[in-house]
Design a protein around this ligand. Structure first.
Ligand code: ADP
Length: 579
């Protein structure tokens, strides 16, 4: 089974042998179950029927020794399997996390967070459960059933044959059951993922839910998903209950066969009373595996469904990755060139024939209405997506020839929709540059106009800010994000609407600071305010994915196009209408 092979490859080599040893113990201890019924038979024949008490004590003592030995071995087995499984699932989690970290944006566009979280938690746990429990229960059951059958054949082949005759029926029933239950498990797993995704999105977007007073509607939507999950569960239980009576009837049939056919054989002197006691004592060793069959099948199916989901993440490789033998490079100096770049997320083209050059140290500003493709432009520069046509060069080298680590490590990005980690302010500022001293962290915060308000916080830079920066205003979050981007001393600094939520005065202060950075960098600024872009060396106006105007502030004003209109609107100037 490929799922087991895959899980085996994730287990540390040193645990391979231990795991096999534990399963061997499972085989041995299952066979050991035959010993005590055999000794009981000896007591019946040699002590009770022969009316001789002498062998009783030695036989009882041997029984006790075997019982203790078996329990000791079982303990060892369970502990070993637990260690193997915990260790393997630890490896698996680290591996999945690393895979997710390296996935490209398209992967995250396609997969919902809640579904990925389900794969990292519940699905991964089923892999652990398989290694620590399901596999030995299967080995136990098969060994118990086979060894008991063979042993009973030696004791009395006729009675054994009568008992084993019911097993083909059992095989038919279980095959039928497993064929029907598999799609139900896949369905249940999907419903679980939908429910988790809904919960995750509602928790993350709770303020939006509240702002739109959508609590009731969202609760209903969650209720529905929760109901779907419950119903999927119930469908499996219902199916199991349809099959369960047949399996129970077969198990009981075995007891009846033992008593009636066994008594018949004793009356005809074809079997001793001791031998019958072996059958009575061991018929459960045939019926228990049969009864367990349904649960085992459920567990195995559940494991397969979950393992498939985890394997998908483990096997998926990002389309955007380093070229083989891509050389290591220094931090970018900051030359950016777009050559006839076109790009589409799906079919619809979002950027068409974009060309521009930024020399190291220059400031390029991009303006345009919402949806015109500004954010896409910078995502292409950091190679979050690959262009469909044309070429993007950084320091005269195609971004595809850069190692992603060097390229992205050399670009500092501060975007409008700020994501901060639940960490201290200092930890957040130094996120991309862990070796910063406290003074340096403070210096960058000061340049981003964040120092003042951070110092007013109860524990200053040691204040823990909540998930996504809860507890800070929009403008404060933007300023911390800017400090974080400045702190990596990037060769290219990208600011996507970074100062949209700060007041004019602070914005001017930040612009002044950006001109006086202690290192040289090319700045790519996306903004809606004329005040944010007017000092740029080149301003690009993007409309419907095309550059429609370009030039400096003065040049663009003369062109009397989109830029001029925006300028007049924002400054309350009446537009000169030509003609
Ligand atoms: P802007 O930053 O100028 O507001 P964007 O670059 O964010 O514009 O978006 C440009 C277009 O691309 C929009 O029509 C938007 O719907 C689409 N778009 C943005 N991101 C994605 C994505 N991940 N998948 C599909 N379409 C996208």
């Amino acid at each position: 089974m490929q799922q087991i092979k895959w899980l085996w490859s994730i287990m540390d080599k040193k645990f391979h042998r231990k795991h096999i040893a534990a399963l061997c113990i499972s085989v041995i201890t299952s066979i050991m179950l035959l010993i005590n019924p055999t000794l009981t038979a000896a007591i019946v024949d040699q002590v009770i029927v022969a009316q001789n008490p002498d062998p009783l004590l030695p036989l009882l003592f041997t029984m006790l020794v075997f019982k203790l030995l078996r329990e000791g071995l079982r303990y060892l087995m369970v502990i070993t399997l637990e260690k193997c499984s915990q260790n393997t699932v630890y490896n698996l989690r680290v591996r999945l996390f690393t895979r997710l970290q390296h996935q490209d944006m398209r992967f995250f566009d396609r997969n919902r967070t809640g579904d990925l979280m389900t794969r990292l938690s519940a699905d991964t746990d089923w892999c652990r459960h398989f290694l620590s429990y399901i596999d030995y229960v299967v080995v136990d059951s098969i060994t118990m059933f086979l060894s008991t059958s063979v042993y009973l054949f030696f004791v009395n082949w006729k009675l054994a044959l009568a008992l084993v005759a019911v097993t083909p029926l059992l095989t038919i029933i279980t095959k039928f059951y497993s064929g029907h239950v598999r799609p139900l498990f896949v369905e249940m797993r999907d419903k679980l993922s939908e429910m988790n995704a809904a919960a995750q999105e509602n928790i993350a977007g709770n303020h939006v839910v509240k702002a739109f007073a959508r609590e009731e509607r969202e609760k209903e939507a969650f209720d529905e998903r929760s109901r779907n999950f419950r119903d999927a569960h119930l469908r499996i239980n219902k199916l199991w209950l349809t099959f369960y009576p047949f399996i129970e009837i077969l198990a009981h049939a075995m007891t009846l066969i033992t008593i009636f056919f066994g008594a018949y054989l004793i009356i005809n002197d074809e079997m001793t009373a001791g031998a019958l006691s072996i059958f009575v004592n061991l018929s459960w060793a045939l019926s228990v595996p049969m009864r367990n069959m349904g649960n085992m099948l459920n567990d195995v199916q559940r494991f397969i469904t979950s393992a498939n989901k985890v394997m998908q993440v483990d096997m998926s490789r990002p389309a955007i990755r380093d070229k083989e033998n891509a050389p290591e490079r220094e931090k970018p100096k900051g030359k950016i060139e777009f050559r006839n770049v076109s790009f589409a997320y799906d079919k619809q083209e979002v950027l068409s024939d974009i060309s521009f050059v930024a020399q190291p140290g220059q400031t390029i500003a991009v303006m345009g209405s919402t949806g015109s493709g500004k954010t896409t432009l910078i995502q292409l520069l950091a190679r979050f997506y690959d262009v469909n046509q044309g070429q993007i060069l950084v320091d005269d080298c195609d971004v595809k020839d850069w190692r992603l680590k060097d390229l992205r490590g050399g670009i500092g990005t501060a975007i409008q929709d700020v994501f901060l980690f639940s960490d201290t302010v200092e930890g957040n500022v130094a996120f991309g540059a862990q070796d910063l001293t406290f003074d340096e962290v403070r210096d960058f915060a000061r340049r981003a106009a964040a120092d003042d308000f951070v110092m007013k916080m109860p524990e200053g830079y040691d204040t823990i800010i909540g998930e996504r920066g809860v507890g800070l205003s929009g403008g404060q979050r933007q300023r911390i994000a800017l400090a974080r981007a400045l702190a990596v001393r990037p060769g290219i600094l990208i600011m996507d609407d970074t100062t949209s939520a700060v007041d004019m005065e602070t914005e001017q202060y930040i612009q002044q600071q950006l001109r006086e950075l202690p290192y040289e960098c090319t700045k790519l600024i996306i903004a809606q305010r004329i005040s944010s872009v007017k000092d740029a060396d080149q301003i690009l106006i993007l409309q419907n994915g095309r550059i429609t105007e370009r030039g400096t502030h003065e040049e663009l004003l003369k062109q009397k196009g989109y830029y001029y209109e925006t300028y007049c609107l924002q400054n309350g100037i009446e537009m000169e209408v030509e003609g």
